[in-house]
Write a protein that binds this ligand. Structure first.
Ligand SMILES: O=C(O)[C@H](O)CO
Length: 401
């Protein structure tokens, strides 16, 4: 084994992607002390996206006081990236906003101001949580003169279709009495009128790449509320209520965008990725001049993953859970897809791995291992993740040796 590319996401709540890289590297070197280990910490558009890109590009973060998902004050950050070159190497497609080296690219990670980890489990309530704080981050970056944005969507506490974010940038959401709606996904059911006349004009001078962690649509059985509502605290009745509210919101979004001067008309109920971050994908598609891409794809480009693969013997990846959501575009799926034509085997290390062999074949994943050595509590698993990641990696490499 001469060269191993280590490219995991974080184990949320326990290890950052960088820490996981270090732990896996230690395990590899115990078996192959001379191996070249390339560490590429990853994220999928959700939590960790900003930090990973700042590290990859030598950028810096900017702190802003914003509103958290429940309307309380919060210090959050956005990243002003250094040298950022995506679409590099053999890929000569230069049709998107990331095709060039852009020293002033700003990364806004929605999870920073509107993420699920910001709330205690008992505070989760997607009927009222808002993305307003993310809009405040964007506004701050616009005020600072930035016009090129990468918005990472995923890991949100909200189900508001990005309504709060848009409101922070000047969109007015009015009820039947012409009054502003309260924030949160539940109130969208009472939306009577969208007034975009006060929307920040600087948005139209800017370019936005929307990096999503999933491809789910806004509404329906695979939509934002049905698939991601429960993890944000929604009961089955609330999931139905939220889905209906987003459906109603999308009717208004479709109506509004149909009157915009654009040739690219989308149905925002069903557009892939519209359901990312509680439907913020759809809200952004409606009002931002943007291109939507898979978050993991953007991260792999930024880390030059394909070049690193060229003489690699093995890719080790990982994320907290390997399950059906992985199939819809999470980190491991992106890594497998990028490695698909290379003949380099991909092995995953996960907190829990519950895919069938058939599903792993579909992903192009050689094998998957849970790092947990035996029955244990969640707390134990979170606490020992680094040591266990090293040990499990060592075992995998011993087997390969
Ligand atoms: O934030 C969310 O809703 C999920 O991560 C899917 O984007």
């Amino acid at each position: 084994m001469k060269k191993v590319v280590v490219a995991p996401d974080s184990f949320k709540g326990s290890l950052t992607a960088r820490e996981l890289c270090q732990a896996m590297r230690t395990g590899i070197l115990r078996v192959f002390p001379d191996a070249d280990v390339v560490m590429l910490p990853l994220a999928d558009g959700g939590e960790g996206t900003m930090e990973t890109l700042i590290l990859a590009t030598g950028g810096h973060s900017v702190q802003v006081e914003v509103t958290d998902p429940l309307g309380r004050p919060l210090k959050a950050h956005y990243g002003a990236l250094g040298e950022f070159t995506a679409r590099n190497g053999n890929n000569s497609d230069s049709s998107n906003g990331l095709a060039h080296t852009n020293p002033s690219l700003v990364v806004i990670e929605l999870a920073q101001a509107s993420g699920l980890p910001l709330l205690a489990p008992e505070e989760r309530n997607p009927l009222v949580t808002t993305t307003y704080g993310t809009g405040e981050l964007i506004r701050h970056a616009l005020d600072a003169g930035h016009r090129n944005f990468l918005i990472g969507l995923g890991g949100s506490a909200s189900n508001d279709g990005g309504a709060g974010l848009l409101e922070a940038l000047g969109l007015r959401l009015l009820d039947a009495q012409g009054q502003p709606l309260p924030r949160g996904g539940g109130a969208l059911a009472r939306l009577q009128q969208l007034d975009a006349s006060g929307l920040d004009p600087r948005l139209q001078e800017s370019t936005f790449t929307i990096a999503t962690d999933v491809q789910n649509p806004l509404t329906g059985p695979t939509g934002a509320s049905a698939i991601f509502g429960p993890q944000k605290g929604a009961t089955p009745e609330q999931v139905a209520q939220l889905d209906e509210a987003l459906w109603h919101f999308a009717n208004h979004l479709n109506h509004t965008t149909q009157h915009q001067n654009t040739t690219d008309k989308k149905d925002l109920h069903t557009h892939p990725g519209g359901g990312a971050a509680g439907g913020a994908g759809a809200g952004l598609l409606a009002f931002f001049p943007c291109e939507m891409r898979s978050g993991i794809e953007v991260m792999l480009e930024a880390g030059h993953f394909k070049q690193h693969l060229q003489d690699a013997d093995l890719v080790l990846t990982g994320e907290g859970r390997l399950d059906a959501q992985t199939l819809s575009g999470k980190t491991i799926a992106g890594v497998c897809q990028a490695a698909a034509t290379s003949q380099v085997p991909v092995i995953a290390l996960c907190g829990s791995a519950i895919l069938t062999g058939g599903e792993m074949d579909e992903l192009g994943l050689q094998a998957a291992f849970s790092l947990v050595p035996g029955p244990c509590t969640l707390d134990e698993a979170l606490q020992h993740a680094a040591v266990w990641a090293t040990e499990r990696t060592e075992q995998i490499l011993r087997l390969l040796r």
